[in-house]
Design a protein around this ligand. Sequence first.
Ligand SMILES: Cc1cc2nc3c(=O)[nH]c(=O)nc-3n(C[C@H](O)[C@H](O)[C@H](O)COP(=O)(O)OP(=O)(O)OC[C@H]3O[C@@H](n4cnc5c(N)ncnc54)[C@H](O)[C@@H]3O)c2cc1C
Length: 481
Amino acid sequence: MNNGEEYDIIVAGAGLAGMLAAATSARTGKRVLMLDRNQEFEVGKKTVWGWTCGDAVAGSHIDYVTKKLGVTFGKPELDRRVDGVYALSPDLSTKFMFDGVGYTLDRPEFEAKLLGIAKKSGAEYVSEFEVQGPIVEDDRVVGIYGQNSKKEQFRLKAKIVIDALGVSTVLRRKLPENPFIDRSVDIDDVESTGRYIYEFELDHEDLAYYDPENALIHLNNELAPGGYGWVFPKSGNKINVGLGVQKSSLDIRNAKLGRKDNLQTLIDNYVKWNPALKNLKLFNKNNNGKGSWSVPVRRQMESLVFNGYVGAGDSMVMPNPISAGGIGPALVAGILAGENASRAIDENDISIKGLWKYNVDYNEAYGKKTAGMEVFRIYLQSLNNDVLNYGMRTFLTMKEASDITLGIVPELSLASKFKMVLKGATNIGAFSNMVYAINRMKDLNEIYDKYPETPEKFASFKHRVTEIIEDAKKRFKPNPI
Ligand SMILES: Cc1cc2nc3c(=O)[nH]c(=O)nc-3n(C[C@H](O)[C@H](O)[C@H](O)COP(=O)(O)OP(=O)(O)OC[C@H]3O[C@@H](n4cnc5c(N)ncnc54)[C@H](O)[C@@H]3O)c2cc1C
């Protein structure tokens, strides 16, 4: 790589999305450069805190990569198989299963494997390179600037830049002002999250607190305001335990309870709260035992492309708005971004229009349900523990709740639901609010089912989407306690 050199595609960020984008596009014979700030032995590390993640991914997303790239995964990168994910009510009396069979990953191993695949596919990889921003000419991204480990400045050109820099991306944030991609994200749409990886001993068996076959999610607004805590089993006697919070919800909870908790004290309290775990010892392999980072939990950017620019993964705010699962979307988007960037180059049109099919493909593969899920997330964040307990017991069946986490609008037999004996004005209000949220999910799913085939119809699409989301935000305010 030399200063001023030109590539077909520059992939910024060698995380999940970036490495699959690089592999996919390099396989079509494109000249691909992948840049990342990490040293090679720590590829995929998100921050100085490590590969901070809950590590859980649905099996279907791993299968997607296998199907598309013909690569298989096993031990050590698929660290442990789980039957599914259970979400438990605050009082632990109700649990809903969702997501089906999945894995907890060994992320350092998983990313090392993806790097091998990207390199074998022909991508050039440069580590210890800090991407600092996009080069923009005539309203088009034509490359990136940044510096290597010796602090030498580089300007590198490409027909297309793929932004896979994760949630803190300096590329999306520095795009020219444009109607397609928002440069910033509302703070209420970001979860502050953190976790430990521990070795532990089981104090006593209690499947509400630790389940060797399933990933557990604890909905509890006192422990994790506006988010949830999790205990995910890893291989041997290890667990990944952590939580995520919404800042506004945390502030409200602290003010109401007269507390001064922050993310770290909440995580530590959550670990202590769990009676099934004892003799916890930090498992600090790769210095990856403890860390915190942000997860964006809104719908993905309404457009994922700009002239000469394509985004994939957390840089495009792709994690599932309800579960915050971003591994699957990053894997899917990385592959589709690589495919579409290559196709646009082959077709000699790297404008928004030429890249548009990526929007349509991602929408179809994963994205079309996320706006609806975002409304449901906003609704959930307006419920305190009492309503959550009651609601999880009475409002939804297991099937209906599971559908919602997949963005599927449940077939609520509303008439019969209303005949149920709902106790208390707050609960009745929460139920009618849930019906409102589900109806807006339906509206958004219908709008996304007709995602614009070309950029010309985008403005009215985006207007309709943002109007519904803004209405939901006005109606449902964070109310954790
Ligand atoms: C605590 C926590 C728990 C989570 N739990 C789960 C979970 O259980 N399941 C799940 O599905 N998802 C989970 N997520 C989300 C998931 O980890 C992310 O969605 C996923 O890692 C996104 O992949 P990515 O490739 O888009 O970005 P990243 O994994 O963030 O990769 C971005 C890459 O870009 C590099 N980079 C960034 N900026 C620069 C720069 N300026 N110059 C050069 N390189 C740069 C980074 O070093 C990194 O290598 C969790 C997230 C957190 C924080």
